[in-house]
Design a protein. Structure first.
Length: 347
């Protein structure tokens, strides 16, 4: 069997102690990459990495550092591939109330990461962007969003605006002007094991599962009407794509931004119903009125992804994904017990 492109290569994952990062670390270890993690531990934890078999060696393969500080440049030395996942991110309430902080933090994080990649001539950079880059007026449960539509209007949050500018910085100053091969990947709403479930930063599936497990006899509180929806995708569908991002035959990274979602808009009401049914609870949904539900709906047009990555497995269905996540959650109660998010959040 041929070795994977990244086998034995030094690979740095920024934000690698987070829930997407830790799963990516696990998948990279499985193909024999020499994985290193950089994280400020604001959202990620060492426990996430211990759960995936990463042997933490502080100062050697695990670096606690703040990418807002240029001193973090040194960790990019002699790295073959950087997966840049680190970001200040949260649900809609956090995004709307802390917009300037998010803008400032992510601008510094991205700027210092790009500077470090340039300084150390890192061969490959994968930039984790977001479906939040798409304009608010295009949001709809019926319209599938295409990659080129990102610049066609105003975004709902400063988080999305900064991500779009991060993409632009790569397109203008990294791709084609340096030795670095850079890819921009947009994630829709990712959920799954090791994600935050107990704080105001918990996103909607995580928050609802946490609330249902902590209060199995109380009606399940949902923020808003429940008609708002998103394109939810299980974490391993994203990380397996990231590990296999290099295109078959050419072994090149995609040159233009590319997204991955399930291609379906699932409402929050449907999510709550799946959770109640999976846990076999005898409760109803308690819809709470809020001033801003966020965008009505969002889903990916996966035409470009399917054309380039038809060899990858299909995405897990939302039903199967939630069932798998709940099973994992019940085996890992420390992630959800006691502290319960007061609202269900979207981004």
């Amino acid at each position: 069997m041929a070795l994977h492109y990244l086998s034995e290569k030094p690979v740095l994952v920024t934000g690698g102690a987070g829930f997407i990062g830790s799963q990516l670390v696990s998948d990279l270890l499985a193909i024999g990459a020499d994985v290193k993690v950089l994280d400020n531990e604001s959202r990620g934890t060492k426990a996430n990495l211990e759960n995936v078999g990463f042997a933490i060696q502080p100062g050697k393969n695990y670096f606690v550092a703040d990418l807002r500080d240029p001193s973090a440049h040194k960790y990019f030395r002699d790295i073959h591939t950087v997966y840049h996942l680190a970001a200040d991110v949260g649900g809609i309430a956090y995004a709307l109330s802390q917009g300037i902080q998010i803008w400032r933090n992510n601008t510094l994080i991205d700027t210092n990461t790009f500077d470090a990649v340039l300084q150390h001539e890192v061969p490959n950079l994968i930039y984790a962007s977001s479906s939040c880059v798409y304009p608010m007026q295009l949001s709809s449960p019926h319209r599938a969003l295409k990659e080129h539509q990102a610049w066609q209007g105003e975004m709902h949050t400063l988080y999305g605006a900064e991500k779009l500018l991060g993409e632009k910085a790569i397109a203008m100053h990294l791709q084609g002007l340096t030795k670095t091969n850079a890819a921009i990947v947009r994630f829709h709403n990712v959920y799954g094991p090791r994600s935050i479930m107990k704080s105001q930063n918990a996103q909607v599936i995580q928050a609802l599962i946490s609330r249902a497990l902590n209060n199995p006899t109380q009606d399940l509180e949902v923020w808003g009407t429940g008609r708002q929806g998103r394109d939810f995708i299980y974490v391993t569908d994203i990380t397996q794509w990231l590990v296999n991002l290099w295109l078959p035959k050419t072994n090149q990274l995609p040159k233009k931004p590319i997204q991955r979602g399930s291609g379906n808009n699932t409402t929050i009401k449907a999510i709550a119903q799946i959770i109640i049914k999976t846990l076999n609870l005898d409760i109803a949904i308690d819809f709470r009125t809020v001033p801003d539900e966020g965008e009505r709906g969002r889903k990916a047009d996966n035409t470009l992804f399917n054309a380039l990555y038809s060899h990858l497995p299909k995405t897990l269905s939302i039903q199967a994904g939630i069932e798998r996540y709940i099973k994992w959650s019940m085996a890992h109660p420390s992630y959800w017990q006691k502290s319960v998010p007061s609202m269900s959040l979207l981004n």
